[in-house]
Every structure is written in C-alpha cells, then in structure tokens.
Write a protein of this length. Structure first.
Length: 314
C-alpha cells in the first residue's frame, strides 16, 4: 500500500486555514483531464500554504477496477504531487453517509422512490419534455407524497427503493465560483428531487461528497468544470444538514478531438509517468491548459523545482 508522504522540498508548510483535496474515482488510471484537476487543486493548496488530501471516491463499486487506486497514487507521486495524511476511501465510510441519511429522514426531508429511468423518461415524454443527450432527466416528482409523512419511515420498510430529497418550492441556489464568477441554479426546474441512496443501497456521489468534505474540514474545492452542475445540489445539502459551505473553483476541461470531455468511459489515454522526462512533459501540458505562463522549460530542472515555479505562478 502507498502511504501518505511529506510535502515537496522547499514548498510552503501546511496552514490550518486551508484544506483542499483531490478525489478521483479508481475506475482506471489518470488521464490528461484528471491530471489537470489534480495539479490545479494541488497548486491552489500549496500556493495558500494549505493541506492537500487524497480521497478515493470508490462508492460505485461495480465500476471500480482493482488496483486502480494504487496506480493513481503512483502516478501522482511520479508527478511530485504529494498529499498530506492518509488516503481515505469512501467505501470505508458508509456509516457516516447512513447517519447523514438518517438525519434527513428525521427532518422529514427524504422519501422512497421506486421509479426506474425508463419510468421517468416515459413520464417526461407524456408531458412533452425531452432531455438533451448527456443531460440528466429532471425528476417529475412521481413518488413525492402529497404530504411528507408524520413519522419517518424505517429504511428496512422500503427495500429495493431509492431515497430522494424533497426540495422546497423555489429552491434557487446562488454562489460565487472563484474562477467562473457568479453562478446560480434553480434546482426545482433543472434537477428535481435528487437521489441520495440508490435502489441497490449504494449512496450517491452528492451525499457522500458533502459528508466527506465536512468531516475532513475541507475549505476549498478545486475540481473540473464537469462537476459545476453538481455544486448547487451539494450546497443545498450542506444547508439542510447544517454544514459549512466551502469555496469552489472549477477548472477548464480537457476535450478530445470530438469536443467531448476526456474520461475513462471514452477510453482516454492514460498519462505517461514512467520516468521524470515523461512526467514533466505531462505536467507541462496540464499547466499550459491551466493558463500558467513562463514556466521553466529546461530538461535539467527537477520536478520539485518545476512545481515550485508553478506554485509561484498560480
């Protein structure tokens, strides 16, 4: 097992006020897009003298590949991106997510749902609503009871059902993204009541990431722009659970030749980190995508020296 390692030489020491994180899913090796997210979040933490944590988001166990977590850690270390503390795994934190779900149940804010994706699609079609490709379907509220129950249900009473959060009317979330400026989303019309625990009993990303960020005292979240649309949902969950809301910064995506986001699902090529030369080349491409200019291009520079220059330029 790869354990946590110390900060790179000559970089700022951790400060108590800033805690960032990189949270990849171990569904395959890192590609150019995930390195951009890793480098951007690492640089932001180091520039602010903060801590940078590593979390494996392995909740969706059917999609996780054995050994991918170790490969990702090895790739990060090859690029000089050292993390603070031990690596955490969402699969080992189920009790935390269950407690949060039970809290929402006590607050009478969630309800069971037996709708399949096809059922939702058929309902929307009957209403003349078409969902564009690669966009989530807005839940039409099929299973939402006329009145939320007087007494919370036991989860054992509703086997093989999903659990959704009941949004209040006019649930409009506005916030300032540190890179993109003012953002807003109407959760009622753009998302609908969203799932917190799936019908196969797996907790969803939305709930787990909010619980993890709070439990780990994360103050700054730097991640890819593909996750921008999730932010309003996560802020709403933070609000109803009484959590603090971190600062958000979303980074530009790396696209393929078809204009699609690089992803493991589309068989994006993994980064090459087999030696210092290849790792530095990958880092330079990531830094260029992040808009960092005038970084040293000497072949003789060490990765630690290059990262120090990149930190100063961030």
């Amino acid at each position: 097992m790869i354990l946590a390692v110390s900060l790179s030489q000559n970089l700022p020491s951790p400060a108590d006020g800033y805690r960032g994180r990189f949270a990849p899913s171990p569904t395959g090796p890192m590609h150019a897009g995930s390195l951009v997210a890793a480098l951007g979040s690492w640089l932001d933490a180091r520039k602010n003298g903060g801590q940078w944590l590593l979390r494996m988001e392995d909740l969706d166990t059917p999609r996780c590949i054995p050994g991918a977590d170790q490969l990702i850690q090895a790739q990060l270390l090859a690029c000089g991106l050292h993390w603070d503390g031990e690596v955490t795994y969402q699969s080992k934190r189920q009790d935390l997510y269950q407690r949060a779900l039970e809290r929402l149940n006590t607050l009478k804010l969630i309800y069971p749902c037996s709708c399949s994706r096809q059922t939702i699609a058929n309902t929307l079609a009957k209403r003349g609503i078409e969902t564009p490709r690669n966009q989530e379907m807005v839940y039409p509220g099929t299973c939402l009871p006329d009145q939320l129950r007087m007494n919370p249900l036991e989860f054992s009473e509703t086997p093989k059902t999903a659990w959704r959060i009941a949004l209040p009317p006019n649930c409009h979330i506005g916030y300032t993204d540190l890179a993109l400026g003012q953002q807003s989303q109407d959760l009622n019309t753009e998302v609908g009541d969203f799932v917190l625990r799936r019908s196969d009993s797996l907790f969803t990303y939305q709930l787990a990431v909010v619980v993890d960020d709070t439990e780990q005292s994360i103050t700054h979240i730097v991640r890819g722009e593909d996750l921008l649309s999730n932010t309003a949902r996560q802020i709403h969950l933070q609000q109803v659970l009484g959590y603090c809301t971190p600062h958000y910064r979303h980074l530009p995506l790396v696209l393929d030749e078809h204009g699609e986001k690089l992803s493991k699902q589309t068989l994006a090529t993994q980064i090459h980190t087999q030696d210092k030369k290849h790792a530095l080349t990958e880092l330079r491409k990531a830094a260029n995508h992040l808009g960092l200019k005038d970084l040293p291009d000497s072949e003789n520079i060490t990765i630690a020296e290059w990262l120090l220059s990149a930190t100063r330029a961030w």
